[in-house]
Design a protein around this ligand. Structure first.
Ligand code: FE
Ligand code: FE
Ligand code: ZN
Ligand code: FE
Length: 149
């Protein structure tokens, strides 16, 4: 919980840069939508901490720091706008996949501990992460990868 709480906050901090650097309108809009979802996901985590009688607290997630650092490196190298869009999608999908593993595990742990209430809250977020990932695949396959090539 502390790991993903930190990770979500870093994602919320980094998404505005990706949005600003994106050119494809659907990609920009998709990332803006997911930034709003991310802010809501942070509140959901605070709710689950509260359901455990705890105050929300983060702990450094080296994996998310690394994924975001790689994203900023790769964006620094790409100078063509279409290539930049393809790079943004590849980085954003790495973020989504990390989140999917974390929420999947947290939901399994919550169920094992008899906390269906926590599992249900976390499941809403997992559904959003899956949808964000699918949307990125769709944008890449519909247009961005071909233009970048
Ligand atoms: Fe998230
Ligand atoms: Fe890598
Ligand atoms: Zn719980
Ligand atoms: Fe996400």
């Amino acid at each position: 919980m502390q790991d993903i709480y930190y990770a979500e906050q870093q994602i919320a901090k980094n998404l505005p840069t990706m949005i600003q650097k994106a050119s494809d309108p659907q990609l920009k809009q998709g990332l803006e939508h997911h930034l709003r979802e991310t802010q809501n996901q942070i509140q959901r985590l605070e709710q689950v901490f509260k359901m455990h009688g705890q105050t929300a607290k983060g702990t450094t997630c080296a994996a998310m720091d690394g994924i975001l650092e790689e994203a900023s490196d790769i964006l620094g190298v790409a100078n063509d706008n279409d290539v930049k869009d393809a790079a943004i999608i590849s980085a954003a999908q790495a973020v989504e996949h990390y989140e999917i593993t974390r929420y999947g595990t947290l939901i399994a742990f919550a169920k094992q501990l008899g906390r269906q209430d926590c599992a249900s809250v976390l499941q809403q977020t997992l559904d959003e992460e899956h949808a964000a990932d699918r949307k990125l695949t769709q944008i890449a396959e519909a247009r961005v990868n071909r233009k970048a090539a």
